[in-house]
Design a protein around this ligand. Structure first.
Ligand SMILES: [Zn+2]
Length: 345
């Protein structure tokens, strides 16, 4: 196959940041994607509907002329989140989902939830009004090995929560393990999972073999190869419960290349090329549209996009920049470690 036309994709997990960084990266998303779920982990985080409204306005103002892009806003769940504010946010059409970060799980998550009992009024209201919960599915206690965080989260937090609130719709974001895939498949309803571009491509060797490579470090951290293969199988299967959430997360190079580097991989610019490569390798190009453009909107109760994009397979590798310049500083672009031949025409 040399050319593939699919409905315009959406990104169901994206970090745009704010200010000069946002202005520097938003065009890489709006070029290809029609919509994205915008993560609320700013400093300070987006915790109220009023915060989200102001943030949305800053995003809309930064969209390059000529692009159409709809940011789908989320709120950062805290122990003090007001159920009424959530309900108003959903009713006004502004809020698409609420994000749960266990405290300390990743970038700017220190305000996250420590005591789930305190977040229960908000979670109960969400279940009642059909507002989905997006979870960063990792426990953060020091006794749990970082590579086991996802599985322990499923067993000790997510499964009990879903049993307590079976009507709550939960998106397990950036699934990284076969345990996560199996858990999502085992659910009868109200559970789906997003998968990033980079977790389909790298395993933990990319971070650690031959020297420490900070630009492959993200959270949840990439796992061993058997897990990557499970993610690939799920993503390329067409199963409606799995869809794209890039988790593209820009940090400037000095914050990645230092003694305590930040977690995050920047993939917005080459995600569609990487995905076409992955799906072609797995003889599943005919299912790329389901993963990138159909399953996500169906899960969130939104229509698929009417517009299309066309991916073309070029003879020569596509030349993506190794780094992009933003007003906040230089950001390194995800290097999949193989040449990319697919390009969005
Ligand atoms: Zn994220």
């Amino acid at each position: 196959m040399r050319s593939l036309t699919i409905r315009r994709p959406d990104d169901w997990h994206l970090h745009l940041r704010d200010g000069a960084m946002m202005e520097g990266v938003i065009g890489d998303t709006s070029r290809h994607f029609a919509r994205a779920i915008i993560m609320p982990n700013l400093v300070p985080p987006v915790v109220t509907t009023a915060d989200a409204r102001a943030y949305r306005e800053r995003i809309v103002n930064a969209i390059p002329d000529g692009d159409t892009f709809e940011p789908l806003m989320t709120l950062y769940l805290t122990e003090g989140t007001s159920p009424d504010d959530l309900e108003e946010g959903k009713a006004s059409g502004l809020i698409t989902a609420v994000k749960l970060y266990p405290a300390g799980a990743t970038t700017n998550s220190h305000g996250g939830v420590r005591d789930f009992e305190k977040a229960m009024p908000a979670l109960e209201r969400m279940a009642k009004i059909g507002l989905p919960l997006c979870v960063h599915g990792e426990v953060t206690t020091p006794d749990v090995d970082i590579f086991d965080r996802e599985k322990v989260f499923i067993d000790t937090v997510l499964d009990p929560l879903r049993k307590r609130l079976p009507e709550l719709k939960v998106t397990m974001e950036h699934v990284t393990t076969s345990d996560g895939i199996d858990y999502i498949k085992s659910a009868e309803s109200n559970l789906a999972g997003s998968i990033t571009t980079h977790h389909l491509i790298i395993n933990r060797n990319a971070i650690l073999v031959g020297g420490i490579r900070p630009h492959y470090y993200c959270l949840p951290v990439a796992k061993r190869e058997s897990h990557r293969l499970a993610l690939r199988a799920a993503a390329t299967s067409g199963d409606r419960r799995f869809f794209l959430g890039t988790d593209s997360a820009p940090h400037i190079d000095p914050l990645k290349e230092c003694g305590c580097g930040c977690a995050g991989i920047y993939t917005s610019i080459n995600t569609m090329s990487c995905l076409a490569h992955v799906f072609e390798q797995d003889n599943a190009l005919d299912r790329l549209e389901a993963f990138a453009s159909l399953n996500g909107p169906a899960w969130y109760g939104l229509p698929a996009n009417d517009e299309t994009i066309t991916l073309v397979r070029r003879d020569e590798p596509v030349d993506f920049p190794a780094k992009i310049e933003t007003g906040a500083g230089t950001v390194t672009v995800f290097d999949p470690m193989f040449p990319l031949h697919w390009d969005v025409a």
